[in-house]
Each structure stands twice: as structure tokens, then as C-alpha cells.
Design a protein around this ligand. Structure first.
Ligand code: DCP
Ligand code: CA
Ligand code: CA
Length: 370
């Protein structure tokens, strides 16, 4: 692994909502909320994102539309349906501009990308800062979109830096500043630490990233296993050697789990399968991938695998439809399972991706291979 890298993470500010403002500047001084309607009745669905004015009232990604409407009652807010074709077009334009500034480029989803600029800046953080400002100016000029940038010696630090100042922020953390930057942060702000882990760490008296960095590695491994324990320890110490790299094409997203108890009960299987369906659906949404095929898998007690798929003529964009298909497929699978065998593991897979109006090639450009 090469030493002394200069890495940038560029993240577009309140992206979907900012695209809407760009198309209709009269929206700029009011709350703007982009909605994902579920298609199950008026106002059913969740918020994709909101501009910073709306966020002041507590409106953010993921909350129900109904709740957002309540929070913004009498505030002259604009509630708009998501227009993915627009966001994809804007994203594609910005990404191709960003790419030209990088030695190595890795797109992460629709609105962020890592740039390895080590060679372009001859390893100089000062030059990287100027480069970031140039990038921000150029994108604002050409695409009328503001970006926030984080610069650091690796992807982890660049990503965490980018989140510190928004919108139109630029945060640089030089190698010698990493420890001061990380140690006071609450441990849940470390990339890869969710609510559950943060709680487990709290119980071990680990509150800040600094606490975690000083904690005994062996004890972490005992508590979280080798992979996570080592990851937490390294991350807390600002160590991340993962390279910036182009991503291959993703063909499917799947989730397989072992049942708590072997069973043939549809209800018990669906309870888990629907959760898994929600997971893969969410993941596809994060990657901005549309899918048309659902597959259910049963692995029986004799370890044989049985699967059934269903392919739709158009994109499956409702979680309800996905869940309904999952039910149907498991019903069929169970009806064909030999009398004496129960299911041991189950799987849910989605595939047949397309990306509104985009070609396969475009997908190849940035989505991870799993
Ligand atoms: N998105 C979504 N549903 C979510 C989260 C995000 O549809 N639960 C979409 C809408 C966002 C885009 O992905 O505009 C990028 O997500 P970010 O997390 O980067 O959030 P924003 O760009 O909206 O805001 P920020 O300015 O905080 O980056
Ligand atoms: Ca963003
Ligand atoms: Ca983002």
C-alpha cells in the first residue's frame, strides 16, 4: 500500500431537493421536500430528502410524508414527487466532470464519489484544497449545484471530513491532524458504527472515538469478533488502507439467513423474508438501482437449494409489491417441498437492474460488485 495519499470525498448537498431548486429557482427560499409516494393512497410514502430550510423544522430523509406535512403546516412548503430521470442526468454530468480531476475515481451511489488526487497534487494537501475549491466553483458554474468536500489521507477520514461542514463546505484533515480531529467525536459518528454498536460500546465506557482508539484491541475482538474488532480499532485510530477504485457492475443484491428453527410455516418464514426484502429494497434504493426480478430461495434440511423467481414487465418500485411477490414465491416453494423436510435457510434476491433511462454501461461505471 502506497503511503501519504491525498483522498477527497465529494458529496452533493441536499441533492434531490437541490436539483428541484435548480429547475425552479422560485423554490429556493421555501421548504422543499422530495417525496417517494408508495402508490397506496394519497400522502402514503416517505421523504427522500429535503432542503435545509425544511430540515430546520425536523423534516429529513426517511420520515413519513404525513409527518413532514404536519411539521411544515402553514409554512408554504413545496412537496414534490421524486423525478429520478432528472437526478440521474445531473449526477451523470457532475460525475464525469469530477472524474477528470482524479487519478483514481470511485462513485458511491448517486451523489458522492471518492477521488484519489495524490498524483494530481504531488501529495500536497494545500494543492488539494485549491483543487477542491476549483471543483466546487466549476460544478456550481456549469451545473448550478453545490457540493461539500472532505479531504484526508484516506477514504475514512475524507468521508468523515465531508460531513463536518455543509452545504458548500470544505473540510481538510491533514495526516498530523487526524488524531485531534477524530478523538473528541462521539463514537457513533465513526463510519460503520450504527446505533446498536454505539450502545454496546457505551456499555464498555467507550463514548468517544478517542476512547475507542485507546481501548484494548483483544477485548474488542472478544466482544465483536476479529473482523469488526480490528475494523473499529483501526478506524478509531484513523487507519484505512482501502484503495479508491472503479467499481464493477452489480448483478444482484441478495440476503440469505439461517432460520432460528427449521420450519415449514409460511408465517414464520415470511416474518423474516419480509425483513430481508425490506433490506434489499433499501440497498437498491441507496444505489439508485431499479429492479424487475425477485427470487426466493429455500435451503432445506438436506441442504438442497430450491428457488423461484418472478420477473415484472416494469420496475418494482413499491416495497408492498415486493413483499407480495415474496409471499407468493415462498408459498409456491413450500407447496413443492417434500413432506418430510423443513426449511433451514432462506434467501431473498433482487436482480435485473436498470437505471431510469441509463444504459448498462453507465451502471458498470460505478456500482459495486457483490
Ligand atoms: N435518499 C433517499 N432516501 C434516503 C436517503 C437518501 O431517497 N433515505 C436520496 C435523496 C438524497 C440522495 O439520496 O438527495 C443523497 O443522500 P444524502 O444522504 O447524501 O442526502 P442529501 O444529499 O439529500 O443531503 P446532504 O446535504 O445532507 O448530503
Ligand atoms: Ca448529499
Ligand atoms: Ca451522499
Amino acid at each position: 500500500m502506497q503511503e501519504n495519499r491525498v483522498i477527497m470525498l465529494v458529496d452533493f448537498d441536499y441533492f434531490y431537493a437541490q436539483c428541484e431548486e435548480r429547475e425552479n429557482p422560485s423554490l429556493k427560499d421555501k421548504p422543499v421536500v422530495v417525496c417517494m409516494y408508495s402508490g397506496r393512497g394519497e400522502d402514503r410514502g416517505a421523504i427522500s430528502t429535503a432542503n435545509y430550510i425544511a430540515r430546520k423544522y425536523g423534516v429529513k430523509s426517511g420520515i413519513p410524508i404525513i409527518l413532514a406535512k404536519r411539521k411544515l403546516k402553514d409554512k408554504d412548503a413545496a412537496f414534490l414527487p421524486a423525478n429520478f430521470d432528472l437526478y440521474e442526468k445531473v449526477s451523470e454530468n457532475i460525475m464525469s466532470l469530477l472524474k477528470s480531476y482524479a487519478d483514481k475515481f470511485e462513485q458511491m451511489g448517486i451523489d458522492e464519489a471518492f477521488l484519489d488526487v495524490t498524483q494530481k497534487t504531488s501529495g500536497s494537501f494545500e494543492k488539494a484544497k485549491q483543487l477542491a475549491e476549483t471543483i466546487q466553483r466549476e460544478i456550481l458554474e456549469k451545473e448550478k449545484i453545490t457540493l461539500s468536500v472532505g479531504i484526508g489521507p484516506n477514504k475514512l477520514i475524507a468521508k468523515m471530513a465531508a460531513g463536518r461542514q455543509k452545504p458548500f463546505g470544505l473540510t481538510m484533515v491533514k495526516p498530523e491532524e487526524v488524531e485531534t480531529f477524530l478523538s473528541p467525536l462521539p463514537v457513533n459518528e465513526l463510519v460503520g458504527i450504527g446505533k446498536k454498536t454505539a450502545k454496546a460500546l457505551q456499555e464498555m465506557e467507550i463514548k468517544t472515538v478517542g476512547d475507542l482508539a485507546k481501548f484494548d484491541l483483544e477485548k474488542l475482538i472478544k466482544r465483536f469478533g476479529k473482523v469488526l474488532g480490528v475494523y473499529f480499532y483501526n478506524a478509531a485510530n484513523g487507519i484505512d488502507e482501502s484503495p479508491v477504485q472503479e467499481r464493477g457492475m452489480i448483478e444482484s443484491i441478495s440476503h440469505i439467513l439461517t432460520l432460528k428453527e427449521d420450519t415449514k410455516d409460511l408465517g414464520a418464514i415470511l416474518q423474516l423474508a419480509h425483513k430481508m426484502g425490506t433490506d434489499v429494497f433499501q440497498r437498491a434504493k441507496e444505489l439508485n438501482l431499479n429492479f424487475r426480478t425477485v427470487t426466493a430461495q429455500l435451503i432445506l434440511q438436506d441442504m438442497t437449494t430450491h428457488s423461484k423467481s418472478k420477473t415484472f414487465g416494469t420496475t418494482i418500485d413499491s416495497l408492498e409489491v415486493l413483499k407480495e411477490s415474496i409471499r407468493e414465491l415462498f408459498e409456491k416453494l413450500l407447496s413443492e417441498t417434500p413432506e418430510e423436510l423443513k426449511a433451514r435457510r432462506i434467501g431473498v434476491k433482487i436482480s435485473n437492474f436498470s437505471q431510469g433511462g441509463q444504459t448498462q454501461k453507465h451502471i458498470t461505471e460505478y456500482v459495486s460488485k457483490e
